[in-house]
Design a protein around this ligand. Structure first.
Ligand SMILES: NC(=O)C1=CN([C@@H]2O[C@H](COP(=O)(O)OP(=O)(O)OC[C@H]3O[C@@H](n4cnc5c(N)ncnc54)[C@H](OP(=O)(O)O)[C@@H]3O)[C@@H](O)[C@H]2O)C=CC1
Ligand SMILES: O=C(O)CCC(=O)C(=O)O
Ligand SMILES: [Mg+2]
Length: 414
């Protein structure tokens, strides 16, 4: 077993699910690969300042670095991409935040991000998409884009069950499909890679339940199930059918005009919540043309990945696209974007996505005043046109600042 590299900060306490968050919580963080080295320290500085301004020293986060990705291989050994003690810490301390981690295309290691989500059963990937006034956008009225994506985070083709073309595994699976299952439609069986897409009733239900509960708690108008069930009838189509059945069975939804759309009254406000569905390709054009018609989105893993970046672009790009991975026991907050390797170490990129992910974390902890300060700082810096390169290149009269200077600009304006 490799040596421990995690140093537990003195004076902090664990957050225990179901109990009040202590005033001095220990929060594990993973710095992340690529631009992680730029954005993570800025996020910590901004969050510490917001907490200090909100609570005047009464509350304070005790940050605890845990390791994954390239930094972990340097510390623990060349093959140690995700040490066991990192998993253990994320589970034990229950609320954490991470920077992005690199996944090579084709061969090499499988995604560490996906591995974390699967191992910790972080089945909800929650990605809110909202507009900040002044951010440059390709839309005429980006303020109409206000959605919260609930992306299923443990199933679908992200389960990583696949075999390389012409490998023994692919040959075996193809032979099984042809000989035992009567499959005749693999166009080039001798040179096909093969992947498996598991989509379960249980997995769908817990995700759609979380999305509908969110809509109820936040008085949202609709929940849309986004799928490609016309083509993948039992996986994506199953997601839709399981989702509708859950809305009816657990929330008392009734069909509108013979279905399948249905509706129920929000038990808190009496306002109607519509549960509807849309095929993924149609959804991608409608979010550009009629974004106001969509609110809470529940979708499968791959669709959710595509939709997250597409929706982020509508409100200014993945520089300000936050997110959270949530299980019934713990939460790991992380930005929607990746490691943007060409910018690594340049102190250039927008730290906004990770800062807003931390803002979600503060709200999750019930530290609402600190979270509000973060939003205030962000809105004011953007309002003053003090922005990083990604916004500056699309804004007239902007002052382009570095990643760290943007963090400072936020702090000055909290
Ligand atoms: N959760 C995670 O850890 C994720 C990890 N990844 C991994 O990251 C690696 C790189 O992926 P890639 O496809 O390049 O996608 P990235 O999201 O890393 O970057 C794509 C482009 O998005 C823009 N961008 C990303 N982050 C920021 C930011 N903070 N501020 C401003 N602009 C930003 C840049 O655009 P421009 O060039 O226009 O300036 C950048 O070139 C891959 O290994 C991938 O697997 C990807 C997504 C999520
Ligand atoms: O794990 C990765 O490398 C990419 C993940 C991703 O794109 C996402 O979760 O949005
Ligand atoms: Mg993605």
């Amino acid at each position: 077993m490799s040596a421990s590299h995690i140093k537990v900060p003195a004076g902090g306490e664990k957050i225990v699910p179901g109990q009040t968050v202590p005033d001095h919580p220990i929060i594990p963080f993973i710095e992340g690969d690529g631009i992680g080295v730029d954005i993570t320290p800025v996020m910590i500085k901004v969050i510490d300042a917001a907490v200090q301004k909100a609570y005047g020293g009464e509350k304070k986060i005790h940050w605890m670095e845990v390791f994954a990705g390239e930094k972990s291989t340097q510390l623990y050994g060349p093959d140690e991409w995700l040490p066991q003690e990192t998993f253990d810490a994320l589970r034990e301390y229950s609320v954490s935040i991470k920077g992005p981690m690199t996944t090579p295309v084709g061969g090499g290691i499988r995604s560490l991000n996906v591995a974390l989500r699967q191992e910790l059963d972080l089945y909800q990937c929650v990605r809110p998409v909202r507009y900040f006034k002044g951010v440059p956008s390709p839309l005429k009225d980006p303020s109409k884009t206000d959605m919260v994506i609930f992306r299923e985070n443990t199933e679908d083709i992200y389960a990583g069950i696949e075999w390389q073309a012409m490998s023994d595994g692919a040959k075996k699976v193809i032979a099984f499909l042809q000989n035992e299952m009567g499959v005749t439609k693999i166009r080039f069986p001798d040179s096909s890679a093969i992947g498996i897409k598991p989509v379960s009733k249980q997995g769908t239900e817990r995700l759609v339940r979380a999305a509908i509960k969110y809509a109820v708690a936040n008085d949202r108008a609709s929940v849309t199930l986004v799928h490609k069930g016309n083509i993948m009838k039992f996986t994506e189509g199953g997601f839709r059918d399981f989702g509708y059945a859950l809305a009816k069975n657990e929330f008392g939804a009734t069909e509108i005009d013979g279905g399948p759309w249905c509706k129920f009254a929000n038990p808190n406000t009496g306002r109607e919540i519509i549960v509807k569905d849309v095929i993924a390709d149609a959804f991608l054009q409608q979010i550009l043309l009629r974004p106001a018609e969509y609110d809470v989105i529940a979708t499968l893993n791959l669709n959710g990945d595509y939709v997250s970046d597409a929706l982020a672009a509508q409100v200014g790009g993945i520089g300000i696209a936050p997110g959270a991975n949530i299980s019934d026991q713990c939460a790991v907050f992380e930005a929607t974007h990746g490691t943007a390797p060409k910018y690594a170490g340049l102190d250039k990129v927008n730290p906004g996505s990770l800062i807003l992910s931390a803002e979600m974390m503060l709200r999750h902890m019930g530290w609402v005043d600190a979270a509000d300060r973060v939003i205030k700082g962000m809105e004011a810096a953007i309002g003053d046109k003090v922005v990083t390169y990604d916004f500056a290149r699309l804004m007239d009269g902007a002052t382009e600042v570095s990643c760290s200077a943007f963090g400072d600009a936020m702090i000055e304006r909290m």
